[in-house]
Design a protein around this ligand. Structure first.
Ligand code: NOJ
Length: 747
């Protein structure tokens, strides 16, 4: 197959360039009228072709299918293209489409803009550590501004899958394990991508994915089977999806997995009953990449025609890459297996989005090279990348205040990431430039310090190989230092799609290298680049400080430098639990109690308890945990009333003081326990958080408002209700928050 670049070269330079002219702006009719008039002119085939999406051969995000997207466009068979980007390229592809299309229906361009387009922000799990919806919204806004200038109309984000298993490599793409945090950040993403008006040229369609429960893949293996109760599905996994519908998201993507025997791709329950029925979603649903075809391997459809009619009838509007709708839907229609009403509904939803984006007025409006040049990498975007990365840093350990470092110290930076400009931006980084553009640790430190006479940089080891030839030089330099900073972790593509692992230790011989460094008797700071929780029990016992930097993005080196030297005081909190070992997985803070809860080593009864005999039940680092260079104290927790009625609000108030030596920010977290329910309830659940900036010595009062809406769950009759009874409320700086109050919900 010809390379993407060469096809583009042909498109851009060889083919006529009449597309440079803008389509004339027409006075356009209101949406309903416009779409229905257009559909009245369309044949059944033309309607079906609107539901067809092909990939360009640009970015590779799935198995190759061999279909040539340009030929398909010339045949007028394509409603949408994914993975084509850039103002010039999309303009040319659109031109070919418009020349071929009888009714001049513009193509919709989609692309995975996951944590930035050119300016890359930290991976999503990192951004979630900020517990800062505004920061997440800003990153999405900038990503949309850049992407839309490159001809992209539609991103396949946010990914809102709840993930409780760090073996699952796609934990990196989401907001972690918590339903409440995940819902808040999902909404922030939608607001950022879609803005307040889709017809503006700097906004793009968001796509909530992967519907549903994709993160619950058995044994953490990507694409694997999911089997769960409807209650868990509705209580834990669906709320972030629902939150985006309420926020006005325009598209949804179904997941690859099956749930309790039915692939999401053909789940009438998910798409027709819940999404389009109960939630009244009026946007469009796309499959995942060849997801329809894959129902044959699932053993759910006998052939492509069967798979396509099952999916379409279940409410799936667009076929991503699989060509099953293109090849078989008309036949199914002729045979009476798919009705015209169902096809009309899918087509209408797609055309409405094209209308919303203003594509019928000007199909080229997003593909503007001048705007693209002016927009990409604006200095303020790159500055935002530093700021968001700073907020994403989670300080996991800091013994003897080894951090922040002092400029006068002799510091040996070691580890495979000290010079890295590739992995630092993380996986699924759209068009983010790596080597030669992203700021490495070395560059960030050098820029920050100005004079680097006191610092050395040595890789010492590689990420995964067992090569030891560089180790000694690094150790020799470390010997001369006051403090060692080891920058270690995973390769970027060890997380993201199809990269699940059973071993989540530091890869290769990195730990062995740390053990050698430990022998030098110097303080060691471990800085981590990773896209999932790692098992860090040994590191926690042997390192003096640990800074979780995730994959911090295009300006990650600056953020790490600013954080290590205290210009940024870390304030991130873990959005996902770090286990002590992989045997504890899945592990999450909002678990149930069991009938024999284990109270830890102080428990007078050690036998016949729900526990492991070889390791404590508790995680190494809990959800919501993260230190600061300063310290915070919580006091005076109070509730506005001992009882509230269903229509009343409860105020929960706490005083938070900065008791340490630095200005800082603390994420104040509120958890609630429903003591007795008609079905068992989690030990506690996050129901509120607020990021509070506190100057050294400053104290602030933080107030949360709770209503019966926040106490709802699917009860024994599968009704989503709050139940009268006793509740406990906890406030603090992590999911282990100890300050506790009580209240009662009364009829
Ligand atoms: C497969 C992935 O599961 C999905 O997240 C992505 O958006 C599509 N491929 C398109 O690249």
């Amino acid at each position: 197959m010809k390379s993407y670049q060469s096809i583009l070269f042909a498109l851009v330079f060889v083919l006529p360039v009449c597309a440079q002219k803008k389509a004339p702006r027409t006075a356009i009719k209101p949406k309903a009228e416009f779409v229905s008039e257009l559909m009245a002119k369309m044949t059944v085939d033309e309607k079906i072709y609107q539901t067809v999406q092909f990939t360009s051969d640009g970015t590779v995000t799935g198995p190759k299918t061999g279909d040539n997207f340009i030929t398909r466009i010339q045949q007028g068979k394509v409603g949408s293209i994914l993975n084509a980007t850039g103002a010039k390229a999309t303009r040319e592809i659109q031109r070919i489409n418009l020349e071929s299309s009888r009714l001049k229906i513009p193509i919709l361009f989609g692309h995975d803009v996951i944590h930035g387009y050119k300016t890359i922000f930290p991976i999503n799990l990192g951004m979630a550590s900020s517990f800062d919806p505004k920061a997440v919204e800003l990153a999405a806004r900038i990503a949309a501004t850049e992407a839309s200038s490159g001809g992209v109309h539609w991103t396949f984000a946010p990914m809102v899958d709840i993930a409780r298993d760090p073996r699952w490599s796609r934990v990196s793409e989401g907001s972690g394990e918590d339903t409440y945090l995940g819902s808040q950040l999902a909404v922030a993403n939608v607001k950022g991508f879609q803005g307040d008006d889709l017809s503006k040229i700097n906004t793009i369609l968001a796509c909530t994915k992967h519907f549903a429960a994709y993160g619950a893949a058995e044994a953490g293996r990507d694409y694997n089977t999911v089997d769960m109760s409807e209650r868990v599905l509705r209580d834990i996994y669906l709320p972030p999806f629902k939150a985006t519908v309420d926020a006005g998201v325009k598209t949804f993507m179904v997941s690859f997995n099956e749930i309790s025997g039915v692939p999401s791709t053909a789940s009438k329950f998910l798409m027709r009953d819940v999404l389009k029925g109960e939630w009244k979603f009026d946007g469009m649903v796309v499959s995942d990449y060849t997801g329809i075809n894959e129902m044959i391997a699932h053993g759910f459809a006998k052939d492509e025609q069967d798979a396509a009619q099952l999916a379409m009838n279940a409410g799936l509007d667009m076929d991503m890459v699989g060509a099953t709708y293109m090849n078989t839907l008309k036949k199914s229609y002729d045979e009476g297996k798919v009705s015209i009403e169902v096809i009309n509904d899918a087509c209408k939803r797609i055309l409405e989005l094209k209308y919303d984006l203003g594509l019928f007025e000007d199909p080229y409006r997003y593909s503007d090279e001048k705007r693209e040049k002016e927009t990409i990498y604006k200095p303020e975007f790159l500055q935002a990348a530093v700021d968001v990365a700073n907020k994403s840093m989670v300080l996991l350990k800091n013994n003897n205040t080894v951090l922040p470092l002092k400029k006068e110290q002799k510091i040996a930076f070691v580890g495979p990431f000290v010079n890295d400009e590739y992995n630092i931006i993380g996986s699924w980084a759209a068009l983010g430039e790596r080597d030669g553009f992203a700021t490495s640790i070395k560059e960030g430190i050098t820029k920050f310090l100005g004079n680097t006479a006191n610092v050395t940089f040595d890789e010492g080891v590689e990420i995964q190989s067992t090569k030891r030839d560089l180790m000694q030089k690094a150790i020799d330099n470390a010997k001369k230092a006051d403090v060692i900073v080891a920058v270690m972790g995973e390769r970027e593509n060890m997380t993201g799609e199809a990269a699940s692992q059973t071993n989540i230790d530091l890869p290769g011989i990195q730990k062995e290298f740390l053990a050698e460094l430990k022998k030098l008797g110097k303080p060691i700071v471990l800085v981590l680049f990773n896209g999932r929780p790692l098992t860090l029990t040994w590191e926690n016992e042997n390192m003096d400080a640990i800074l979780e930097a995730w994959f911090p993005g295009s300006r990650g080196g600056d953020a790490v430098a600013q954080t290590l030297f205290g210009q940024n005081n870390p304030s991130g909190k873990l959005p996902i639990t770090f286990p002590r070992n992989v045997g504890q997985v899945p592990i999450y803070y909002n678990h149930k109690n069991t009938g024999r809860p284990y109270l830890g080593l102080s428990d007078p009864e050690q036998k016949y308890k729900s526990r492991y005999t070889d390791v404590d039940n508790s995680p190494l680092f809990a959800f919501g945990y993260g230190l600061s260079y300063t310290t915070f104290s919580y006091s005076n927790l109070r509730v506005s009333s001992a009882k509230i009625k269903f229509n009343q609000k409860l105020k929960v108030t706490v005083d938070v003081a900065n008791t340490g030596n630095y200005d800082g920010a603390e994420v104040v977290q509120l958890y609630i326990k429903d003591v007795v329910g008609s079905v068992t309830r989690p030990v506690r659940e996050l129901k509120g958080f607020e990021r509070v900036e506190l100057k050294k010595g400053e104290k602030k009062t933080v107030t949360f408002e709770i209503s019966s809406e926040d106490l709802k769950f699917y009860n024994i009759d599968m009704n989503n209700v709050a139940e009268a009874g006793d509740f406990e409320v906890f406030i603090g700086g992590s999911s282990n928050a100890e300050l506790k109050e009580k209240f009662e919900l009364v009829d």
